[in-house]
Design a protein around this ligand. Structure first.
Ligand SMILES: Cc1ncc(COP(=O)(O)O)c(C=O)c1O
Length: 408
């Protein structure tokens, strides 16, 4: 089977992969929760704190100007890589959750009134559900939910019907972290735009696996976290179309986001600073830029082909285990496999796999409504990244088989 990536070489870039847990070589399969970090990202952050550390946008001195230029360079690089129209449409946040809270609070305040509605889907992470639920409660608006099918796909007929009810905002995940479903996101954006409804796309699970072209996707907002794309924790991106960001009120208040401040009145800074109150996580932003460059240099197409090979091989081999049940069997899937075996509790399976050196996730994956939809307490979730190997897949299958025998 042809692998386009030089996996051995890639693995040398990730120090955390080369360790034992419980005297077994670590097999890291919890990439949907967070990815490991390559040396270039670690070194970039180290270099910042060693030599470049300074607060940005405020100082006239050398270090401050250098740090400001590096920070703004990251914004330009990320905007170009995602094909945003302008770099001021890229707002740095703490992560996906922070980005969604910003949009829910600010756009929600702008667009939602009593009696209005907005639309999410039945497969959202709690981060793309609870912030909307809260703003809907405050505004006495209705939160409508597009149902999902048994296979774990969005019911597009129902989506169309709910769009006809005139929701003021649509918020959808690109890829489900619990099911692995890749939603037909471009088509869903197009369908909402027929009614002039702005769409937020939760890209937390997509940026590490597929090239994002914002101009082509045409969504109004796109959000993701650094730590899921081989970058640092504590940093994320909110992309928003200028026409919306200009209209939206600021979300947080303080230094940097202001223009003129008096005791009577304050005016606000221009984009993107209007939405970046306080000192940002400069080192993490630089690390995120490096992480996205690392992905670009590795090659999105090669990563995607490789992860698909792992997904197909793991799915085929795991399906041979007696009692195997997959949760999420969409026709278009990312490299995420959620499963249950017979009556074995996912926590028991996860604990045994852990003792054998496999880092997998168990539980509801912050998507309790998805678990309710299938009437299950949770799943065991395996999620692949560019550095996982077919050998690891084979070892996983043997380990699941062994754990199944021990637990039944
Ligand atoms: C689809 C999806 N949305 C949102 C989030 C929240 O991301 P973060 O915790 O980095 O803010 C996650 C994290 O697992 C996710 O998978």
């Amino acid at each position: 089977m042809c692998q386009l990536l030089h996996i051995a070489e890639i693995r040398t870039a990730f120090p955390a992969l080369h360790q034992n847990v419980f005297n077994k070589p670590l097999v890291y399969l919890d990439n949907a929760a967070t990815t490991q970090k390559p040396w270039p990202v670690i070194n970039r952050i180290k270099q910042y704190y060693e030599f470049e550390n300074c607060n940005i946008h405020r100082g006239v001195h050398y270090l401050s100007q250098q740090a400001t230029e590096a920070f703004e360079h990251s914004r330009r690089t990320i905007a170009a890589q995602l094909n945003a129209t302008a770099s001021h449409e890229i707002i740095f946040t703490k992560g996906t959750t922070d980005s969604i809270n910003l949009v829910a609070s600010s756009l929600g305040r702008l667009l939602l009134n009593g009696g209005d509605s907005m639309l999410i889907t039945g497969m959202e992470h709690h981060s793309n559900l609870v912030p909307w639920q809260q703003i809907c409660e405050q505004k006495e608006a209705k939160l409508m939910v597009v149902p999902i099918t048994d296979k774990g796909e969005i019911d597009l007929e129902q989506y169309q019907k709910l769009l006809e009810k005139n929701p003021k905002i649509v918020a959808i995940t690109h890829i489900s972290n619990a099911l692995g479903t890749v939603n037909p996101i471009k088509e869903m954006v197009r369908m909402a735009h027929v009614y002039d409804i702005p769409v937020l796309v939760d890209g937390a699970q997509s940026v590490a696996h597929t090239r994002i072209d914002l101009l082509d996707l045409d969504c109004d907002f796109f959000v993701f976290s650094g730590h899921k794309v081989y970058g640092p924790m504590g940093v994320g991106v909110l992309y928003g179309k200028e026409k919306w960001l200009e209209r939206m009120p600021p979300y947080q208040f303080g230094g940097e986001m202001v223009d003129q401040v008096g005791f009577d009145k304050t005016t606000f800074n221009k984009l993107p600073f209007k939405f970046e109150a306080g000192t940002p996580n400069v080192g993490a932003v630089l690390g995120l830029e490096t992480a996205l460059q690392f992905l670009e240099e590795t090659g999105y197409d090669a990563v995607s082909v490789h992860e698909n090979i792992l997904l197909n091989e793991a799915t085929a081999k795991l399906s041979e285990i007696d009692g195997m049940r997959f949760i999420g069997e969409a026709s278009d899937k990312a490299a995420v496999i959620s499963f249950l075996v017979g009556a074995i509790h996912p926590y028991d399976m996860g604990t045994l796999l852990d003792k054998m050196g496999f880092a997998v996730r168990t539980g509801h994956h912050c998507a309790q409504p998805v678990m309710d939809r299938y009437d299950i307490p949770g799943t065991v979730r395996v999620s692949f990244a560019m550095y996982n190997t077919l050998e690891e897949v084979n070892r996983l299958v043997e380990a699941v088989r062994k754990a199944t025998l021990m637990l039944t």
